[in-house]
Design a protein around this ligand. Structure first.
Ligand SMILES: [Zn+2]
Length: 316
């Protein structure tokens, strides 16, 4: 006999779906939430979107999936948070939560005694991802970022969790599959706690369009079939993604103006210049060179750059 389920104070009977706002622990904040309780037994899958509020294709994808998926076609439970960082979304702001200036995705598993971003991370960990059999975190390039479609799987976790995550990544249409060595992202933290997980990147530069959203939704639908939450054949990706086993994130050491000298998906040689930072008088402050032969995964495209902002991600 299937039971009713409760997430974020929303209780849903088998075969039903409800939406509302989920409270963030010990705060006045809440996160838009849809809880889909399938008619058949199965896994619990949690999807978060918009941990970064300016990543529009993933946010629209989550909104549409929450609306369109019929609980009568679901085996298990599908929980969708859309978007997590609604304050930044409404403020049309990248990266951070406006109230405390923190990037939620560097704070997991969170801290219930911290500021609002720490509490959002704590709430997602304890009330959502810890209760999942599989966790999917939807991202994309932020307002000032450009990237091709790619997927990260956690590289630091139990071997079985890493293998399950990678197998799920392989059903997605993506240019790259990247093994991550990070620990404080939402999906990394979930994996360390024993939950297989992925982070998917699609779109960027503060834009979105229907083609991207349809592509994103098809990818997620295929993934949900792979996880047996939805019925139907799992589609084989159009082409095999290029595998990256070591990704490096370069942060700016100076604030000023950023001039990349490479394009997305370029291959670079060790020692090749990949960009420079100048001051507002046009004087060069920093030149950045590739530390090894690699392929460019992500580029910040805004002219403005701040110290400690990511400027490029590349990998081998
Ligand atoms: Zn993001």
């Amino acid at each position: 006999m299937r039971k009713e389920i409760t997430f974020g104070e929303i209780t849903v009977k088998p075969g039903e779906k409800k939406s509302g706002f989920a409270p963030v622990y010990a705060s006045d904040f809440s996160i838009p939430l849809t809880v889909i309780n399938g008619i058949q037994a199965g896994k619990t899958v949690v999807i978060t979107s918009g941990i970064h509020g300016g990543e529009y294709p993933c946010i629209e994808t989550a909104i549409e999936l929450a609306q369109e998926i019929d609980p009568l076609t679901v085996s298990g439970q599908l929980i969708i948070l859309h978007p997590v960082n609604i304050q930044a979304f409404q403020a049309r702001m990248s990266y951070i939560v406006p109230e405390d200036g923190k990037n939620i995705n560097r704070l997991f598993p969170g801290d219930k005694m911290g500021t609002i971003s720490d509490r959002i991370a704590y709430t997602i960990t304890t009330e959502y991802s810890d209760r999942a059999d599989f966790y999917i975190d939807l991202h994309g390039g932020d307002i000032h970022e450009s990237l091709p479609p790619y997927v990260y799987y956690p590289g630091i976790a139990d071997e079985k969790v890493v293998a399950q995550s990678k197998a799920a990544a392989e059903v997605l249409n993506a240019d790259f599959i990247v093994k991550s060595s990070a620990t404080t992202g939402a999906y990394n933290s979930a994996a360390i706690r024993g939950i297989p997980s992925l982070l998917i990147e699609l779109g960027g530069k503060g834009l979105w369009n229907l083609e991207e959203v349809i592509f994103y939704k098809n990818n997620i639908t295929n993934l949900l079939r792979h996880l047996h939450l939805l019925k139907g054949p799992v589609q084989i990706p159009r082409q095999k993604a290029y595998e990256i086993t070591k990704a490096e994130y370069i942060d700016a050491s100076e604030s000023g103006c950023w001039y990349p000298s490479v394009n997305l998906k370029d291959t670079v040689r060790k020692g090749q210049k990949i960009g420079q930072i100048k001051d507002v008088f046009g004087n060069t402050k920093e030149e950045i060179f590739a530390a090894y032969d690699a392929v460019i995964l992500f580029i910040t495209v805004s002219l403005a750059i701040n110290a400690n902002d990511p400027i490029i991600t590349y990998g081998i």
